[in-house]
Design a protein around this ligand. Structure first.
Ligand code: ZN
Ligand code: FE
Length: 256
C-alpha cells in the first residue's frame, strides 16, 4: 500500500475536484464530480482509470459529473445515506458508522450537516487528509442552506478537532474573498495577515490556496475562532456562547 498521489483539479468557475491515485494498485478516486469532461481529461493525461467517486453533498456543482463518469468507467459512487434521494446515482450509502477505505487506506466519515442536512466530510486518518466539501473553506465556511448555525458550528468543531497537521481540501477556491472578510473581523491577527499575504501571492500566480491545514485554519479562520476575545469584543458579544458568536459572524459574512 503506497502513498496516495493527490491532484487538485479546478472545475467550473471555482470548484475543486480532488483526484486520488494509489500507484501500486492503480486505484483511482475522485472527491466530488463537478465536471465529467475535466475529470476524464485529467485522468486520460495520466493513464488512470476511475474506480470510486466519493460525494460530499447533493449540490449540482459537486454531483453534475457523476452519471457520465459512472457510466464511462463503471465507477462506484459513495455518498451520504441522508441524501440518497437527492443523489440517485449513489451505489454505496454511508453514515458516521460506516467502515470505508480506498486502496487499503481507511476513511472515517464525519457527518458535517449545516450547508446541507446530509453533508459528509471524508477523513483519511493514516494519510492525515480531510475533504471538507462545502463545510469548511480556507478562511471561511459554507453557507447554511439547510441546517442552522448551531448545527453548522457542531460540524466545524468536528473538523477543528482533527490533528493540527491534517491537510484540508475544500470544495471551492474562495480563499481570497474570504480573506477580505476575515480581516474585517480580526484585523489584528498576525497569523491571518501573514496568510492573506500568502493567498494574494498564490492567486496572483494563478495557483490554488489549498490544501490548508487544521492548525492554520484554527489560527486564522474567523469561523473557527468564536472563542477569540478580540473577535467577541469587535462584534459586541463578549462572553457569548461560541455557536452564537459563530452565527453572528456567518450573518455578517452573508451581508458583506
Ligand atoms: Zn454546496
Ligand atoms: Fe459547492
Amino acid at each position: 500500500m503506497g502513498a496516495l498521489q493527490i491532484v487538485l483539479l479546478p472545475c467550473l468557475a471555482d470548484n475543486y475536484c480532488v483526484i486520488l491515485h494509489e500507484p501500486d494498485s492503480g486505484e483511482t478516486a475522485v472527491i466530488d464530480a463537478p465536471s465529467a469532461a475535466a475529470v476524464k481529461a485529467a485522468l486520460s493525461e495520466r493513464g488512470w482509470r476511475l474506480n470510486q467517486i466519493f460525494v460530499t453533498h447533493h449540490h449540482t456543482d459537486h454531483t453534475g459529473g457523476i452519471d457520465e463518469l459512472k457510466a464511462f468507467y463503471g465507477a462506484s459512487v459513495t455518498g451520504p445515506e441522508a441524501e440518497a434521494e437527492r443523489i440517485p446515482s449513489l451505489t454505496k450509502l454511508v453514515t458516521a458508522k460506516s467502515e470505508l477505505s480506498f486502496a487499503g487506506h481507511p476513511i472515517e466519515v464525519l457527518e458535517t450537516p449545516g450547508h446541507t442536512l446530509g453533508h459528509v466530510t471524508y477523513y483519511f486518518p493514516n494519510d492525515g487528509i480531510a475533504f471538507t466539501g462545502d463545510t469548511l473553506f480556507s478562511l471561511g465556511c459554507g453557507k447554511i442552506f439547510e441546517g442552522d448555525p448551531e448545527m453548522m458550528w457542531g460540524s466545524l468543531s468536528k473538523i477543528a478537532a482533527l490533528p493540527d497537521d491534517t491537510q484540508i481540501y475544500c470544495g471551492h477556491e474562495y480563499t481570497l474573498n474570504n480573506a477580505r472578510f476575515a480581516l474585517t473581523i480580526e484585523p489584528e491577527n498576525d497569523a491571518l495577515k501573514k496568510r492573506v499575504a500568502e493567498v494574494e501571492t498564490l492567486r496572483a500566480a494563478g495557483r490554488p490556496t489549498l490544501p490548508t491545514t487544521v492548525g492554520l485554519e484554527k489560527a486564522t479562520n474567523p469561523f473557527l475562532r468564536p472563542q477569540s476575545r478580540s473577535i467577541q469584543a469587535r462584534i459586541g458579544m463578549l462572553g457569548a456562547p461560541e455557536w452564537e458568536v459563530f452565527a453572528r459572524i456567518r450573518q455578517l459574512k452573508n451581508k458583506a
